[in-house]
Ligand binder design. Sequence first.
Ligand code: HEC
Length: 672
Amino acid sequence: MSHHSPLDQIDRENVASLEVAWSYDAGEASEHDVSQIQFNPLVVKGVLYGASPSLRLFALDAATGEELWSFRPTAGGNAWNANRGVVYWEDGDDERLLFGAGPFLHAVDARTGLPVSEFGNGGRVDLREGLGRDVSGDLMGVVATTPGTLFEDLLLLGGRVNETEGAAPGHVRAFDVRTGEIRWTFHTIPQPGEPGHETWPAEAWRTAGGANAWAGISVDQERGLAFVPTGSATPDFFGGARAGDNLFANTLLALDARTGERRWHFQVVRHDMWDRDLPAPPNLVTILREGISVPAVAQLTKTGDTFLFHRETGEPLFPLREEPVQTPGLPGEAPAVSQPLPTRPPAFVRQHFSLDSVTDRSPEAANSVTSRLEGVHFGPLYTPPSLGGTVAFPGLDGGAEWGGGAWDAETGLLFVNANDVPWILRMVQFGDEADSLSAQIAQGYLYQCSACHGLDMSGDGGPIPSLVDIDERLGFLDLYRLIRDGRGRMPGQAGTLEWWQSAAIAWWVYYAEEEDVPSNWAQNAGDSKRFGNAGYQKLLDADGLPGSKPPWGTLTALDLSAGEIRWQVPLGDYPKILEAGRRGLGAENYGGAVVTTGGLLFLAATPDERFRAFDKLTGNVLWEAELPASGFATPATYEAGGRQFVVIAAGGGKLGRPSGSHYIAFALPETD
Ligand code: HEC
């Protein structure tokens, strides 16, 4: 979890001569630009393990890229089912890989790629079982997107669950690596008699979901402590049915890795209404206090903060302050009064949105954003979701995200790449039961389409088209196929909806007259106090670029002992900016960095399809290579046959970028 490598063959002096050593085409990229590879390759004993866009696991000779074997899991991948890595475990000549795909955790023989039959049920465990609640009907009910973490013969694992009502609970579990049995479970939504139960309505533990650890668990092997970051409770943006602080959602938990018992915890967001999951695995770090080394754990957040705690006691290592939550929030909502924030280090993104924050790229861009802000709430970090819309700044993906931080003990620096763009969070009120058929279908549009095309079907004025009068531009069957299969950035619904549901939405979109489109979507709501999110929408200008002033993405070096930012640089660019002859504005980015003793920080993650090496002391770019698709993933560096390699998966498929399927390894030219 440190994202650090002691290798130093590639260094500041020679990095500029890196060249492609091998590349491997994993195939299976979708033609609709939505497949991705978020996989962080793992190299053990000269073998590299990776996964294709549809989650075929494969082993390559790490020196040549030649394929050794490949394993096709039972449940393949789709856009909802990323996989970020695999775990290697060995005992004598028993060598295993533990690999999550869909709702299954597979154990595979690391030498042959064959299932380990004594593990679970014929080599796999169904993560939806043993939760104490039946979620078997939902194929994506629990998905291990992030690999588990080993402690002795236990695999500690959280998972991704749905973010809406009816989602699975986010239990943290330890699986026996040999048998797949569950050895302990920690209820992140406490049950009667468990501490924290009082921070929920009494019966919530039976129905509430989420509070899941999807970002990855870090284990202090020496102390036997597992640090578990959890996400928000569901539904994400309205907590009317979950009054209270909702422990242990949005919490950094320190658990006894052997038993799952809680040692300490810190809740970063009380009663979350903004989907501020803890998005990154905690970094185990050491900081200096008056010349003494203190074992610490650093937690990065979507809000762009860095919380530092003493690993053993949970004591905060910099004073905290309380940031007030703006009121009143939606009817029926009971927001927490305030939320804790660290006084140091400073936030690495902006946290307050005002008219001064609006893009100054051009007067047209500024005007388009200002007009979109009419009736929208904005201001301090914790401004609650509203029916008119609320600006979330930083956006709902962070701040920091799943790439996490890279910790360099030699310099005491924690490196973090972050997004710095505003989103709009718009809520709608639901009826208790949509009573008429047409209201039910309208709700289908609300759930599946309005996030992008808007409540009034008018698109976003940018890359997402308006659907008003679509019958004049498209035949009905073409519309149905488009909904089923997707196109460009629009995901197909084939895996999500039954054909008749897609057909019903197509019918509604096609034949809806203006008066059929609910003006406030609340026509059947009555007294209901149920609210949902009307879309994950970014606040964009008319060209589809972020509505805030640049930089839109950054790379920051945090000096954790001093609690200061050592340096910060814009990270990458949008292709549109480069085409316009500008650069250095930064861009949204997904994927993490790896830092080396050679003085370098390797990071791709940007939509400009570049892979870069930064000087870890200054943030200067020392090398940059073009990839066949954006590397929205975390690279790995390793040694094989006496050479240092650095490898990245170029899977694209985010931020409107084309998908790809290559793993590309770079090394210095061979000297003989
Ligand atoms: C993730 C965002 C997203 C979602 C969700 C989404 N769309 Fe789209 N949609 C797009 C984008 C982007 C395009 C433009 C596609 C292209 O570039 O070819 C598009 C295009 C379309 C078009 C073609 C418009 C035209 O003028 O050619 C239709 C029709 C459409 N979407 C309907 C729907 C419906 C109905 C749903 C819900 C079932 C839906 N979309 C869900 C993003 C989305």
